[in-house]
Design a protein around this ligand. Structure first.
Ligand code: ADP
Ligand code: ZN
Ligand code: ZN
Length: 740
């Protein structure tokens, strides 16, 4: 052990945003008192030839390195830690579990500006107000505590006071106000500074049905301790109402709530409902906000100025002053899993965070993930069910439409066209779902069989007719649409297959007097365009809505009474075992858009496989039966959640290095020797070439989570140290949600 250094005698172990799996030791600034520093503070340190922003993780008195090798910290950026000890504990857990360097994990928890070292000051907005008891008490009762008496009298003559107001009026007000808070004479309110609202809610709650009430009571009863609830409620069953009523109980306890949603397209509607219901300050966090907006939201939550944070997966790491509940809406959605860089599952980490904090988590979905249903079956999670639609809405009827040997016009069977016409004649809306954007997925030469392929990917180029382009959906490639075959010079190029643009064209022809709106990534690229379309639809200006998976998510279309899934078969055959689950969820979610108002809805699925067990189970017995069947199959095959996986992906511009790298990793893993973990591969990725890179993978699978992670822990530093590791790009995906 090295000798104590001069100066403060303290050594800071810091995390740096670099891809290295360890902490770095620095000498604390002179005169640092151990009481004035804490993990979670940002600081600046010399690193290499320059300087870097680092995060303080541990304060120790000795280093394994020689002291004269340690450099001093350049400067401290914060006087208060921005993360609490619990936050740091969570991030360390996450770093260990996902085998991702701690510096990268901590960076991900900060908004960009703070990550880069900007000031974390925010004008304070918290206010102190009298409780009912505080308003009625005679201040003379506090005559033995003159400071408290004076402060109480001040508050009795004033509206709620902010910290700034209090600092002007009194010295040492913090300890005095704490005593008044303890006596429940004063309370903190998280209200907008622009208003003087002291209420928590604006709008009244709806009277609940018994199932909703049971769900609310179950969660309310567990506030203040760890528990996981799975709220399985069909679309329109009133899950959001349940969330809002539980949130209200949490707010009444003076605690904050984190609500995570899969995608930003969902936030405007939810945000609006929350703002209508709650009078408290609501912070929003997602990737389309500006850096400043995100930083303000982050700081507001950290300081307790905002009581509710509504955000997408990365909002999970926001530090809270007093978090009381985490809600994950649409918990099955794969966008809760970050698919690049630091690959974490916001759902799984939310459960860990709640456990560390001793608070409940509520996972909600109409189509829960198999993992969560399995956890509910094991009683690790408490299952709460809302089997019926709330209010007057009626569940839609699902039906398969066998289109074998039927006449089809651009993907629409005659029978479906008749249904569409019938619905439109009643002045009701139709929703058509096709999960493929563009005009058609294949451009083929009728004379010689040439097909337009992306030169950089193992994929066809997609025809986009409006822009007159051929585009690859896997890399950035775009080129002009051809009218002559490059192989044989014939002019007989044919568009094969179906995309949303193509269906839009035929709908415009067949229903010329009706308004068709296409919703996909191409048609909604401009900021605000999706919101515009949604408004038009809700105002009844649109007759036919056509779109991709964008439609499956969260939107309410009360006047839609017919939903059609044009090509359900395309999802039936996949090499990835997750595909069946995703298809079933997609079908149920799209179906849920129908008949949410008082009119009943109908869902039609065109198929050439009307006997496929997935489809028949889903239709005749419902999602839950499908899920139980799928779980039984996974158990047989020892697939997750009956085993644990990690996927090592690698790509490089040349073909050999990825293979060589994975073979070396395989040998390393075998030399560590853990026979309970199976290692499959190396194999080429399902899409073996993408954006010019050759892609390979190695799959680790173990029946015990602990054993898989013990192996990975031993393996990761060895992988990082490989020379080959610098010639390829690689990443480890723990609990992968797809195998591509
Ligand atoms: P979900 O989130 O499960 O899709 P919502 O909470 O959005 O369901 O509820 C669907 C519709 O039913 C909303 O218009 C909501 O206002 C209404 N609703 C919810 N609960 C009730 C209730 N108890 N009584 C009447 N209407 C309700
Ligand atoms: Zn040709
Ligand atoms: Zn490509």
């Amino acid at each position: 052990m090295a000798k104590l250094p001069s100066g403060s005698g303290l050594i800071f172990k810091v995390a740096l945003p670099v891809p290295i799996y360890r902490l770095f030791d620095y000498l604390a600034p002179d005169n640092t008192s151990p009481h004035s520093v804490a993990p979670g503070m940002r600081l600046e340190v010399p690193f290499g030839k320059g300087k870097k922003i680092a995060f303080l993780v541990e304060i120790v008195r000795h280093s394994d390195l020689a002291l004269d090798k340690l450099k001093p910290v350049t400067r401290m950026l914060d006087t208060q830690p921005l993360l609490s000890a619990k936050d740091v504990q969570l991030l360390r857990w996450v770093s260990a579990y996902y085998h991702h360097p701690l510096g990268g994990v901590i960076s991900a928890a900060f908004p960009t500006a703070l990550r880069l070292g900007k000031s974390a000051l925010l004008p304070t907005q918290k206010r102190y107000a009298l409780t009912e008891a505080g308003k009625t008490i005679d201040s003379l009762q506090l005559k033995r505590a003159p400071k408290q008496k004076a402060l109480l009298e001040l508050l009795q003559t004033q509206p709620p006071l902010s910290e700034a107001d209090l600092s002007q009026g009194c010295v040492n007000w913090r300890s005095t106000i704490k005593q008044l808070l303890d006596k429940q004479l004063v309370e903190i309110i998280y209200a907008d500074t622009t208003s003087t609202v002291t209420r928590l809610v604006n709008d009244d709650a709806l009277p609940c049905n018994p199932q909703q009430q049971a769900a609310i009571t179950a969660v309310n009863d567990s506030l203040g301790r760890f528990a996981v609830f799975l709220l399985e409620g069909v679309t329109g069953s009133g899950k959001t109402e349940v969330y809002m009523q539980i949130i209200c109980s949490v707010l009444a306890r003076g605690q904050q709530v984190l609500v995570l949603v899969p995608e930003i397209t969902l936030t405007p509607q939810l945000e609006e409902r929350f703002r209508r219901r709650f009078a408290v300050n609501i912070a929003i966090a997602h990737s389309r906000l500006t850096d400043t907006q995100r930083q303000t939201a982050w700081l507001n939550i950290r300081q307790g100025e905002s009581a509710i944070l509504l955000g997408t997966r990365s909002a999970l790491f926001t530090p809270f002053k007093n978090l009381g509940l985490i809600i994950l809406d649409e918990e099955h959605d794969s966008s809760f899993k970050q698919q690049e860089g630091f690959r974490f599952s916001a759902r799984d980490v939310a459960v860990v965070r709640a456990k560390m904090l001793g608070i409940p988590v509520l996972l909600g979905s109409a189509t829960p993930s198999l993992e969560s249903l399995y956890n509910a079956a094991n009683r690790r999670y408490t299952l709460l069910q809302l089997p019926e639609r709330a209010g007057a809405a009626i569940a839609p009827i699902l039906q398969l439409l066998d289109i074998r040997n039927k006449k089809i016009q651009e993907g629409l069977s005659e029978q479906l066209l008749a249904e569409i016409a019938k619905t439109l004649a009643k002045n009701e809306q139709v929703l058509l779902f096709l999960n493929r954007r563009g005009f058609a997925p294949t451009l083929i030469c009728h004379s010689c069989g040439w097909v337009a392929r992306c030169p950089r990917c193992d994929a066809n180029l997609i025809i986009h007719s409006q822009k007159k382009q051929l585009r690859c959906h896997h890399c950035a490639r775009e080129q002009r649409l051809l009218d002559q075959c490059p192989a044989c010079k014939s002019n007989e190029l044919t568009a094969l297959g179906l995309g949303t643009e193509r269906v839009e064209n035929v709908l415009n022809t067949l229903f010329a007097d009706k308004t068709v709106v296409r919703l996909d990534r191409d048609s909604t690229q401009r900021k605000g365009s999706l919101e515009n379309y949604l408004a038009q639809i809700n105002q009844g200006q649109v007759d036919i809505i056509l779109g991709t998976q964008m439609l499956a998510k969260g939107h309410h279309f009360p006047n839609v009474t017919l939903v059609a899934i044009l090509d359900v078969d395309s999802g039936l055959f996949s090499i990835d075992f997750h595909a069946a689950e995703k298809l079933a969820q997609m079908i149920v979610q799209v179906s849920g858009r129908a008949g949410r108002g008082e009119k009943s809805g109908k869902v039609v699925m065109q198929t050439r496989r009307p006997d496929h067990p997935l489809l028949t189970t889903l239709i005749t017995e419902g999602y839950n039966s499908f899920a139980m069947t799928a779980l039984a199959e996974r158990k047989q095959a020892l697939l997750p959640p009956f085993s644990y996986q990690a996927l090592l992906r690698v790509h490089a511009a040349d073909e050999e290095p990825p293979q060589l790298f994975l073979t070396t990793v395989l040998e390393l893993a075998q030399s560590i020797g853990n026979h309970s973990v199976q290692i499959l591969g190396p194999v080429a990725a399902p899409m073996a070439r993408r954006a010019g890179f050759y892609r390979y993978q190695l799959l680790f699978q173990g029946s015990k989570r602990r054993e898989l992670h013990t192996l990975l822990e031993a393996l990761m530093p060895k992988i990082t140290a490989l020379k080959l590791a610098k010639k390829v790009r690689w990443s480890l995906d723990v609990d992968p949600v797809d195998l591509y």
